[in-house]
Design a protein around this ligand. Structure first.
Ligand SMILES: CC(C)(COP(=O)(O)OP(=O)(O)OC[C@H]1O[C@@H](n2cnc3c(N)ncnc32)[C@H](O)[C@@H]1OP(=O)(O)O)[C@@H](O)C(=O)NCCC(=O)NCCS
Length: 332
């Protein structure tokens, strides 16, 4: 079976820069607290309302298609990973297909938070290997800034997140030595309530009340230390799993593109993997955590900085809400 591969990547971030000092004007926090614990200096927010995840995905998708040398008419399917869809339903993939002028092209939304891009990559790979679709547009896009709380109650979560989009076009690899060599997905719902938005939810009748709004149940809630501990265990574990599956070792990794949740998490993961920190791509200092968009955004940065040479083995790993985690190895 032909392997799938990334033919092109692109990214887009809105122009509004929000620094740690800007947030310190709205809640009790400081540049020192945020930067020391997370590595984040600033993040981007949408410039005004009425910009959804599908809107940020448009320029990212166009850039990925241009990089891949394909037109919208060449795309056979869209996979859209997001936890901040434009609407509760339908999925943002349908909106993106419409905005890119792709009537009739199937669109699947993936709801796997920070692991969403890698979960989407796995589906994309299966479709391409099975010969079901030739070219798939895989997107990760988030608008967090309209869904976080700018007050002390939400500060632990709010300072972490930013808006942004990344996209990749996947197609058939030219040979079996290149492309996606291995991928692994995992989930453990025992951690579901450690990082979640509780309401509106289908188990509440009605799904949202004034009391729930007053209690801030529509904002993300997180047990930060718990998430941190799981991430630094599961990301190295899944990295070893996919390297073993691909018949590779740590020494064969040319570049590591991890999910960007926290610089300290990624430094610890690299240390546990005994991977040279220079091989780790990060952009969290400028963009914060953009959830499903972090991996394609960081990959785009790596391409632009010419860090991905012909034949490079690139390792990916992500961990996030669910809990879900995933890893992959691709040879370019
Ligand atoms: C969120 C995180 C940075 C917090 O760091 P931490 O080292 O656990 O926090 P600390 O224990 O040092 O500090 C907690 C204290 O800071 C306070 N605090 C929380 N957010 C704050 C903020 N933005 N500014 C200032 N103080 C803050 C807390 O109220 C707490 O105060 P207390 O000790 O008086 O109760 C860290 O837990 C983390 O990164 N976790 C993983 C989060 C993640 O990756 N989420 C996305 C998943 S993909």
């Amino acid at each position: 079976m032909t392997r799938s591969t990334i033919l092109g990547v692109g990214s887009y971030t809105p122009s509004k820069v929000v620094t740690n000092d800007d947030l310190a004007k709205l809640m009790t926090t400081s540049d020192e607290w945020i930067h020391k614990r997370t590595g984040i200096k600033e993040r981007r927010y949408i410039e005004h309302d009425d910009i959804g995840a599908s809107d940020l995905a448009i320029p990212a998708s166009k850039a990925a298609m241009e990089h891949a040398g394909v037109e919208p008419g060449d795309i056979d399917a869209i996979i859209f990973a997001t936890l901040s869809p434009d609407y509760t339903f339908p999925g943002s993939g349908c909106l993106l297909g419409d905005k890119l002028g792709m009537p009739g092209v199937p669109a699947l939304d993936v709801r796997n938070q920070c692991s969403g891009f890698l979960y989407g990559l796995s589906v994309t790979d299966a479709w391409i290997r099975a010969g079901m679709y030739k070219n798939v547009l895989l997107v990760g896009s988030e608008v967090h800034s309209t869904g976080i709380e700018f007050a002390d109650r939400g500060r632990d979560v709010t300072v972490l997140f930013g808006d942004g989009a990344g996209a990749a076009v996947l197609g058939r690899s030219k040979d079996d030595d290149h492309g996606l060599l291995s991928i692994a997905l995992h989930a453990d719902g025992t951690g579901a309530r450690d990082l979640c938005i509780d309401a509106p939810g289908s188990r509440y009748m009605p799904r949202m009340t004034h009391d729930m709004l007053d209690d801030g149940r529509h904002y993300p809630k997180m047990k930060g230390k718990q998430v941190f501990r799981w991430a630094i265990d599961k990301m190295p574990e899944v990295a070893h799993e996919v390297l073993d599956k691909a018949g590779l070792g740590i020494k064969d990794v040319d570049l590591f593109v991890p999910h960007q949740a926290n610089m300290r998490i990624n430094q610890l993961v690299a240390w546990r993997l005994e991977l040279d920190e220079e091989k780790v791509v990060h952009n969290i200092e400028k963009y914060g955590n953009t959830t499903a968009a972090t991996i394609p955004m960081a990959l785009d940065k790596a391409f632009k900085e010419d860090l991905i040479k012909k034949g490079a083995n690139v390792l990916f790993a992500a961990f996030g809400a669910g809990f879900t985690w995933a890893g992959a190895v691709m040879r370019f």
